[in-house]
Design a protein around this ligand. Sequence first.
Ligand code: ADP
Ligand code: MG
Length: 322
Amino acid sequence: MTDEPIGEFELIRRIRARASSHPGVLLGIGDDAAILRRSPDGHPIVVTTDMLLDGRHFLLNKHGAEAVGYKSLAVNLSDIAAMAAKPVAAFVSVALPKGSARSVAEGLMDGMIPLADRFKVALAGGDTNGWSGPLVICVTVIGEAVPPGPIRRSGARPGDAILVTGPLGGSLLGRHLHPEPRVIEALALLDRAPPTALIDLSDGLASDLGHILTESGGLGATLETDSIPIHPDAERSSLQSGRPTIEHALGDGEDFELCLTTSPEAAQSLLNVPPPGVSLFRVGTIDVEPGIRLRSRSGKVSPLPVSGFDHLTRGEATDHAT
Ligand code: ADP
Ligand code: MG
């Protein structure tokens, strides 16, 4: 499919006409740089960026530009949520495939703008290029910390409970294209019982919990196999792969649920009365002994090899582009 040719300036004009706004953005698209208001209370700013590549993180021809636009903003909002911060402004840089620059750019916006509006994030700038290569999209989101946040990966303590906000596994069957960023959930948790550590599940619970353990000074964890919420997609993936469902739940990645640690008392209070609209599952406990262990219903404990996606060690082709 080839579009009518469209100039860079005309494309930016169209993007500007659709861009969402935020009171913290004093000047968005149209000048050499955006101008953001300083946080009135002097809270720190939080910045995250993610780059998605056609053929690696998605297949443009199969998934369509709208899904790519949605996902490219959603994964950044998920990282802001994982700091328990409030998103303010998004910056979007694209390398558009030349023959279809116009329809791809509009499709990206179709996916991105409703999400930006829903989370009240301004589309405040970016960069637009055309080239003969595949689509590349890089989104940066600026957020504002909310005391007592931002919440880092590094605060877990032995004895803390480990919780997740939703069922895990099998997202590569398609769910990975439209994750729900847990921004509201993170802020509700911050308000009720600030987590000691927080991360979003992009690489899989085994791998991402591993980051909390490493950053918290080399701790370990015991997961209760029967307590891990399994997504129906993980069951379907297991039927296809022949591997146990639990492996999919722990290792598939791209769930974009939150994983948090809190004191056991705070966890009990949260589980008894969760913040409105927030699902919580206790999956295990932080230990002093390094490594991740799985405890079965019978009480048998076995070590878990740390798995999950690592884009540098896995093969070139289409990891997430299924
Ligand atoms: P400059 O040449 O000074 O870098 P550009 O022509 O690249 O300016 O961009 C003009 C304006 O359009 C800037 O405000 C820039 O942030 C914005 N912009 C360019 N591309 C995009 C895009 N894909 N999404 C959002 N804003 C964009
Ligand atoms: Mg520029």
